[in-house]
Design a protein around this ligand. Structure first.
Ligand SMILES: [Zn+2]
Length: 382
């Protein structure tokens, strides 16, 4: 969005009226806390009712249900099923209703509104333009529709007293061959709120180095990119993403724990790659609930995010796919508080990690940290 106003630090009226300083870690207070989101898929965060309405408008008749409540449940169940085929099917339905300017604009606008209502003050939302061409839109038209939607949604949110700043990340699908073209699109839109590039899709069999051309092009253009790596596939994927392709951040990166062992005294020992990732402060875009669904972890309590946080990796908390995971930034934070007993200090640490790692100019990151995030958490911590 192009609004120059700064997000509000904290709306005191949003706090739990029964709470005192330090404010209790209630869901309501966690929603009121300023949060930063770096890894959220536009096609994974639609409102079920919007899917139903857009499907009717564009003549898409393959939804598993046209009842929004039932449909919402179907998405979470399908993503939970453990079947990759059913999981991927969920995106067929969301992408199907995002093929027109109107559809994309509405989805992007509601994304901005929903994130703002959840207390997200800065978000980088990603999507793959190449997946939205079925009804004749061009790649630049797809990007413009989403950016217009973000702007519209942020304006609606601002009218409701919630200020959010949004940037788009353009994703290339790793199983296809359009990554260079999408990388060029990132550069073409760099002055219009497109902050970076990503590759997504099945990891196994599609290593990041397959898209080296795109990454080298972006490096020559001084452009930013993150890479989905170490989610479904292990260390080789992470190693390639960083050491071959030059990724600034890792999408998930959960499997970096495979390079951490424990000695007889149960003291952790970092392998060379894990040590490099930690010491270079390479941000991990972790999404606990989503990782449970894809089998990267068994439970939040045993999710590597606990160990990686203890070891001082630059951990960030993310939603990935809000619709399929039935989650929000607040619910993810809530789940971590529940599983690990984290307090406000840790939630602030995750938020500062994310803000420091954003693909936003340094001065803008600093402003958000000093004007919004730190005052927000100070009010909560007392
Ligand atoms: Zn993702």
């Amino acid at each position: 969005m192009s609004s120059s106003s700064s997000p509000q630090a904290l709306n005191p009226h949003a706090l739990d009226p029964h709470a005192r300083n330090p404010q209790a870690l209630t869901t309501r207070n966690i929603i009121a806390a300023p949060k930063v989101l770096l890894h959220d898929h536009l096609d994974g965060g639609l409102r079920p009712a919007t899917i139903v309405e857009l499907a009717a408008e564009c003549g898409y008749h393959q939804l598993p249900s046209t009842d929004p409540v039932e449909l919402g449940r179907w998405f979470v169940d399908a993503a939970d099923s453990g079947s990759l085929v059913r999981y991927l099917e969920t995106f067929d339905h969301t992408v199907a209703v995002m093929q027109t300017r109107e559809g994309l604009l509405r989805v992007a606008s509601e994304c901005a509104q929903d994130l703002a209502a959840d207390g997200v003050v800065y978000a980088e939302v990603r999507f793959a333009p190449e997946q939205h061409l079925e009804r004749g839109l061009t790649l630049p038209q797809v990007v413009q529709a989403v950016l217009d939607g973000f702007q519209q949604g942020s304006q609606v949110a601002a009218r409701n007293g919630r200020t959010i700043r949004l940037r788009a990340l353009l994703t290339a699908m790793r199983q296809f061959a359009r990554s260079r073209e999408i990388a060029e699109l990132v550069v073409a839109f760099r002055d219009k709120e497109v902050a970076g590039f990503d590759i997504a899709g099945a990891e196994a069999g599609y290593p990041p180095s397959r898209h080296l051309d795109a990454f080298e092009y972006l490096q020559r253009k001084n452009s930013h990119f993150t890479i989905h790596a170490g989610e479904g596939f292990g260390l080789p994927s992470i190693w390639e993403a960083i050491q071959w392709c030059g990724a600034e951040r890792l999408g998930h990166g959960v499997r970096i724990v495979d390079d951490i062992t424990f000695d007889d005294q149960q003291q952790p020992r970092l392998g060379l790659l894990a040590g490099y990732v930690r010491d270079r402060r390479i941000p991990l875009e972790m999404a606990p609930t989503s990782n449970l669904q894809t089998g990267a972890a068994q439970s939040i309590a045993t999710h590597p995010i606990g160990l990686l946080t203890d070891l001082g990796f630059r951990v960030t908390v993310n939603t990935d796919n809000r619709l399929m995971s039935g989650c929000s930034m607040s619910s993810e934070m809530d789940a971590l508080v529940e599983a690990f007993g984290y307090g406000w200090d840790k939630l602030q640490w995750f938020t500062l990690n994310a803000m420091k790692s954003a693909f936003l100019p340094f001065d803008e990151r600093l402003d958000l940290i000093n004007d919004v995030i730190k005052p927000g958490y100070s009010a909560l911590m007392g």
